[in-house]
Design a protein around this ligand. Sequence first.
Ligand SMILES: Cc1cc2nc3c(=O)[nH]c(=O)nc-3n(C[C@H](O)[C@H](O)[C@H](O)COP(=O)(O)OP(=O)(O)OC[C@H]3O[C@@H](n4cnc5c(N)ncnc54)[C@H](O)[C@@H]3O)c2cc1C
Length: 413
Amino acid sequence: MADYDIAVAGAGAVGVCTALWAQMRGHRVLLADPNPPGSGTSYGNACTLATYACLPVNDPSVLTALPQLMFSRDSPLSLSYAHALRNPRWMLSFLANCRAAPSRRISAHLAELLSHADAGINPLIEAAGAQDLVVERGQLSVWSTAAAAEAATAGLERRRSLGVPWRELAPDEALEMEPGLRLPVKRAVHFHAARHLRDPLDFITRMHQAFTALGGTTLTAAVEAVSASDSGVALQAEGQSLTAGHAVIASGAFSGRITGAGTEQLPLGTERGYHLMFRDEAQRVTRPVGWSEAGFYAVPHAQGLRLTGTVEIAALDAPANPRRLAYLARKGAEMLGALPEPDSEWLGFRPTIPDSLPVIGRSPQSDRVIHAFGHQHIGLTLGGITGRLVADLAEGRQPNIDLAPYAADRAYA
Ligand SMILES: Cc1cc2nc3c(=O)[nH]c(=O)nc-3n(C[C@H](O)[C@H](O)[C@H](O)COP(=O)(O)OP(=O)(O)OC[C@H]3O[C@@H](n4cnc5c(N)ncnc54)[C@H](O)[C@@H]3O)c2cc1C
């Protein structure tokens, strides 16, 4: 008999949700990570259960605005040319997916997963006793120029057609909801069904505690290699050998580094993102507020105001880019008025496949290895449903979502 029924590599939002779902279903689960649960990209995000976020970064507007987006000091998107040249496959595929037809197809597949997000995460919130961390005030998106406000219409209509509810607000109404805003609001939309977490790390820590209380095992080590046979999977983790019925690869942007998992050849890249924390400024906003043209959110986190977002396409091991942090500080002051020096800053790695869809499903090499990574901008939101789908797959149950669009062997562009 194998040491464990299911071994999960990676204790971010996706891995911990997966481990807890599997443990709640009565399996013997091992969760392996060299770092503390929730301390990776899942730590520093915009805290939003963003059930409305079905529009991928891959959008035709990126193609037309590319030179301006990349060269302007005020751009929410930046690109390392050296990195792009070293990764032409990822880059070309990402751009090909910005065309209108793929972009529409991706939105539909993201909307399908997002429509199950609450059903996937609510049982975990309950199991973790984390109801006090969940705030039901929706998300507010604002546009500060007439041109961008007008250009947003197509995307908002696409969301509506995919079942995402939103309400148009008059600028005065938006400023009444968020009196701390100092922007000239030209358009405002309230995604009222969205929720946010006061502190994603606290949430993941509590899920991990629930996992442990149910009998789950944690190993503080990196999984280096997996080797599947008909009867199970052997895992190598920093000198230790373990066996499991199934192995789940949920190591976020690092998932391609585990050998033998069928992940090495997949086009997994990263969209790097940043945050700044201002300890005593949490009251500046009362819900996550996204300044759409600027590509970042102001979020009322339990530890202070968090300005977070932007996209930087660069290597996993490149140092943090001070220009990106300066951008957040400058635009944050434009959005909310003068701010003190930040108390801390952070760089994180969104795991991104160039078609902005996650990989959820059995490895093409072996049914014993299950992939669960690539959740780009919405892994906190989709962790719960991913965990439930993975548990279904490990049990041989038919999931209630068609997983073909998220399969590892799909066409990427
Ligand atoms: C600026 C920013 C804002 C965001 N805002 C939101 C938001 O508001 N809402 C939302 O839903 N999403 C948001 N996201 C996206 C979200 O944070 C990610 O999609 C999510 O954190 C990915 O979770 P993960 O578990 O896949 O990866 P991670 O959280 O990175 O976890 C991966 C884990 O795997 C571990 N690991 C690595 N290699 C190995 C190995 N070999 N063996 C074992 N373990 C390993 C790492 O130590 C890490 O703990 C945001 C992201 C950024 C950067």
